[in-house]
Ligand binder design. Sequence first.
Ligand SMILES: Nc1nc(=O)c2c([nH]1)NC[C@@H]1CN(c3ccc(C(=O)N[C@@H](CCC(=O)O)C(=O)O)cc3)C=[N+]21
Length: 293
Amino acid sequence: MTLLDGRATSKKIQEELKAKVDELKKAGKKVPHLAAVIVGEDGASLTYVNSKVKTCEKVGFESTLIQLPATISEAELLAKVDELNKNESIDGYIVQVPLPDHIDEQKVLLAIDPKKDVDGFHPENVGRMTLGLPTYISATPNGILEILDRYNIPTEGKHCVVMGRSHIVGTPMSILLGQKRNPGNCTVTMVHSRTQDLKSITKQADILIVAIGKPEFVTADMVKDGAVVIDVGMHRIPDSTKKKGFRLLGDVKFDEVAEKASHITPVPGGVGPMTIASLMMNTLKAIELKGQL
Ligand SMILES: Nc1nc(=O)c2c([nH]1)NC[C@@H]1CN(c3ccc(C(=O)N[C@@H](CCC(=O)O)C(=O)O)cc3)C=[N+]21
């Protein structure tokens, strides 16, 4: 079994990005600038956003963190988005989701200038991604493509089963892996909470991508021998014996599935760090894509 080491791969990508930033600097060009908006004080969301900002520093990007109270109105958040659209120093930005219930998430995502939408969540960019036009591919699916590529995992003609149909992972992942591209050219099946006879389908997967949001849902009996297993789940389970007061679990029962898989991503240290690395790649792309979007 080969462990797909997202942390090490992310570090490698960060070094490559740093080298590109150094070149930009040498040429007297602008360094990429990422802004992140976070609404409210959810602990996990704050951890992710802080790690995005920290990674900007590591690769030499400029970054701006905008923390807003959970009580902010939709209109006030939309005004902030408008300000970021107009701010010429900022190349790309993200609005961390989920947003509080009183704010219409779609409305906010629609207000983001597609040119600065490094999350690739704007409907225009989702459309461009679907049609294979130049755009930002959202960070988690892009990170998964990147790790498959860097570990030279063959995907062409393989049966890929994507578990979950969220707008940020399952849906784009199944579209991308079915496309005429590399990694890609897969035969894709998407399964979800209404799927009948789930196990009979997951057992057919050469590549199994799990993004259903249920801790340790995927067990060894659901996986084919030699499958490549990508675990997108991230759950904080309260645990008083841990320093932080919790431990992290994925959507896959790691120990037993690892015995059957040919390759598997751990949690933590798998897809999470790859998501951050690919957000950085998209931020550099924001400069490169200028004029193409
Ligand atoms: N607009 C928007 N864009 C996002 O990309 C976005 C978002 N909203 N909302 C939340 C999800 C989640 N997400 C993660 C990023 C990194 C880790 C990560 O680095 N995880 C570490 C562990 C971190 C920990 O200790 O909790 C790991 O897996 O090793 C996890 C999750 C980005 N998201």
